[in-house]
Design a protein around this ligand. Structure first.
Ligand code: GAL
Length: 364
């Protein structure tokens, strides 16, 4: 809590401490240090990255409305696409200067916020990492996200299932691997989760990575940009797939999945099994039509709601809901991780039954 606010709210804080019998009641790890009750109409900053997938667009609107409904004064900002890191650093500093109590950060670059977290700490601002875990700082108070390692596991399991379904008896299946942007700490987590499932299949010869590119560095897609994935797929098909069928591709999200499918289509290949993530409208349509094989449903409404709940718990000085801790390189950050859901043509209607935007896409 900021010192000025502390003085102003000393009376209220005393009452709240007396009522709850404690100040901060979080699990007491190194990461948590700040607010234990602040004004019910406090300013809350939300710094989101460039809009690299639909979930980020949705999150902004949901935070605007949800924070207002919860009684807070929300300030939601997106980093621009041309200078995302610099924009976001500036936006966070401005939020701190304007007196926010909490900043929710969907990092543009999970390694480049050290100075901003120092400033937040000095001002007594609580930092919640949203969706992407900010790395190598012990000043991240909390993390709210889907279980990203499990996302990767689910993607890889669906890839193997899809290969069996679409190309039965054709082992070894020819497969290529894609990972996300290196400046996003999620990329390696998704990839590690996927490789925990795929490595045994590579080792026993069930799948063959024809290009030989199997590391997170070799498979990275800068900026999560579709054209970068399409270019890499085009190059691999030209160099390694003359006269060979590509059976499957591990794609870390939907935006890249569609680019990879376009590349395979341009090369005249039979549609490979391609995974995805985010349940983007065009990909859900593609899955229902039998083209893209799978996606992951991470309900953004649930993630934003869990984050706003956390802000409300901090505001009330209540215990913060956590499911465990996440290692960011220097500390274990108290985390609330939600469960992702794998979606294929077979379960799309069921998976999106509660989502008014996606459910209609699953109907014939
Ligand atoms: C990740 C996020 C994914 C995807 C990607 C590109 O950090 O977890 O859902 O959206 O960024 O935007």
């Amino acid at each position: 809590m900021k010192k000025s606010a502390l003085v102003a709210l000393a009376g209220i804080a005393a009452v709240s401490v007396a009522l709850t019998g404690c100040g901060r009641t979080d699990p007491g790890t190194e990461g948590g240090d700040d607010a234990a009750g602040f004004a019910a109409d406090a300013s809350i900053g939300v710094a989101l990255p460039d809009q690299t997938s639909e979930n980020w667009v949705l999150a902004g609107d949901l935070f605007e409305n949800g924070l207002e409904e919860a009684g807070f004064d929300g300030n939601v900002q997106y980093a621009g696409s041309s200078n995302a890191v610099g924009d976001q650093q500036q936006q966070i500093q401005t939020m701190i200067d304007s007196g926010v109590e909490v900043i929710v950060i969907g990092a543009a670059d999970t390694n480049q916020l050290a100075a901003q977290l120092e400033a937040a700490d000095a001002a007594g601002v609580t930092v919640i990492a949203y969706d992407r875990l900010i790395q190598n700082s012990d000043l991240v108070d909390y993390y709210v996200a889907f279980d990203n390692f499990h996302v990767g596991e689910l993607q890889a399991q669906s890839l193997l299932e899809g290969l069996e379904e679409r190309f039965p008896g054709q082992e070894p299946w020819n497969v290529e691997l894609f990972s996300g942007s290196a400046d996003d700490s999620n990329s390696a987590v998704f990839f590690d989760g996927a490789m925990s499932v795929l490595q045994p299949a590579i080792d026993d010869g069930t799948i063959n990575i024809v290009s030989g590119q199997t590391s997170v560095q070799q498979t990275a897609t800068e900026d999560w940009a579709a054209e970068n994935a399409q270019n890499r797929m085009d190059t691999i098909l030209q160099t390694s797939y003359q006269g060979i069928q590509l059976h499957g591709v591990l794609s870390p999200n939907d935006n890249l999945a569609r680019a990879i499918l376009t590349s395979a289509d341009n090369a005249g290949l039979e549609t490979p099994v391609v995974t995805g993530q985010d349940s983007e409208v065009a990909s859900v349509e593609s899955i229902v039509a039998g083209v893209q094989y799978s996606t992951i449903y991470k309900d953004t409404r649930a993630l934003v709601a869990a984050t706003i709940d956390m802000v409300s718990q901090l505001q009330a000085g209540e215990e913060v809901t956590t499911t465990g801790e996440s290692d960011n390189g220097v500390t274990e950050v108290p985390s609330n991780l939600l469960e992702p859901v794998i979606v294929t043509q077979a379960n799309a209607a069921e998976a999106y039954a509660e989502n008014p935007d996606l459910e209609p896409l699953t109907q014939p």
